[in-house]
Design a protein. Sequence first.
Length: 395
Amino acid sequence: MRAEPRSPPCTGVRGLWQRPLSPAPPAGLTVRAKGRSRTTLLIIITTYMLLHLNTVFGAKSYRSLALNPIQRPEMYIIGTQPLCSQLTGLSPGQRKLCQLYQDHMVYIGEGAKTGIKECQYQFRQRRWNCSTVDTTSVFGRVIHIGSRETAFTYAISAAGVVNAVSRACREGELSTCGCSRAARPKDLPRDWLWGGCGDNVNYGYRFSREFVDAREREKNHPRGSLDQARTLMNLQNNEAGRMAVYNLANVACKCHGVSGSCSLKTCWLQLADFRRVGEFLKEKYDSAAAMRINRRGKLELVNNRFNPPTPDDLAYIDPSPDYCLRNETTGSMGTQGRLCNKTSEGMDGCELMCCGRGYDQFKTYKHERCHCKFHWCCYVKCKRCTSLVDQFVCK
Ligand SMILES: *[C@@H]1O[C@H](CO)[C@@H](O)[C@H](O)[C@H]1NC(C)=O
Ligand SMILES: *[C@@H]1O[C@H](CO)[C@@H](O)[C@H](O)[C@H]1NC(C)=O
Ligand SMILES: *[C@@H]1O[C@H](CO)[C@@H](O)[C@H](O)[C@H]1NC(C)=O
C-alpha cells in the first residue's frame, strides 16, 4: 500500500496550496478526435456522457469486468478492447481515451456517481431536487435546457471525476500516475517534512479535462448558434467543477514523535471532503452568470452590469423551466408529494415548496438515538426513542 494513513489536517496550513495550473496535458494524453459526421454526432449528443455514463457504469457487470482483469485477460491485448466498445454513450474521442486508459474508466463512473449523489444532497430542499421524470439518464430531459440547474450538474459531475481520479492515483490504482508530485508549498514551516503520498490533483484535473471535455471539443457547431452556446456553457461549467476540486485541495499533516509530542510533521496534498466541494459549487450556482452567444461565437453577459464569470464560475444560457408542475416536455417532476417544512420560510417551507397549492398533514413515527451515555472507555450507548411527529406533503 502506498497510501498514507489520513489524519485530520493541521491548523495553520490552510491556503498553502495555491499553485497555478500547468497548461500542458500529461504525457500521452493528447488524443483528440476531429469532427465527426453530423448524424453520428447528433445521436451521441442527445445524451450527455457523464449522465449517461452513470447508467452505464452503474452496471454490476461492468464493475466486475473492470476490477477483475485477471478474469478477462484479453482486456490487456491491444486491439481487442471489449470494454470500450461495450460502453454506450462515449463520444469517438472518449472511446479512444477509453482504450488508452482503460483502468481509469471505473473511476470516471464512480466520480460521476459521487457528483450526482452530492447534487441530490445539496438540492434536497429545493423544488428541483436533482432527479427528473426521465429514468434513462439520471437527470433526464431537464439537462437539455441550458439552465442554472444543468450548469450545476455538469460542474459537480466533472468535479466528481477529478476527485475520483486524483484519489485513485494516490492509491496506486492507475498505471499512468502515482502520488502527487506537487512542489513543497513555500510557506510550509521549515522543519515539517513534505512528501507523504498526496492525492494527485494535478493529474486528476488534466485527465478529467481531456476526457470529460472531449465530447464538447468534437462538436463543430456554426459560430454564434445556440448549439455552440450550449457547448461553451458546458465547457465553462465543467471547468468550474474541476477548479473547485483543485482549489479546495489543501495541505494535510500528520504528527510523529514520542507519544504525541509532534516533534516531527509529515505533510502532503489532500483532496477536500467532497461535501465542501458540493457546498462551494452550490454557492457558485446561486451566483451563476446568465450568458448569451454573440456573433463572434463568444459567450457574453446578458446583463453587463455584472462581472464576467471567471473560470471558477458557473454560467447558463436558458431560464429554468417551471419546477412546480410535472411537465414531460421539460422533464420537470413537479413538487407534488414532496416533504416540506411548515415553519420554514426558506425554499423547503411548504409555501414555496408546494408553489401555493397547499399541503397535506400526516402523522408519522420517527426513530432516533436518544439518552446517549458515554461509557469508560470508550463507547457511547444510546437508547432508541420513537416519537410521533407531523409531516407535511405538497398537494
Ligand atoms: C410544459 O412546458 C412547456 C415549455 O415550457 C410548455 O409550453 C407547456 O405548456 C408545458 N406543459 C404543461 C402540461 O404544463
Ligand atoms: C425528488 O422529488 C421527487 C418528487 O418530486 C421524488 O420522487 C424523488 O424521490 C426525489 N429525489 C430525491 C433524490 O430525493
Ligand atoms: C423546519 O424549519 C425550522 C425553521 O427553519 C427549523 O428550525 C426546523 O428544524 C425545521 N424542521 C425540520 C423537520 O427540518
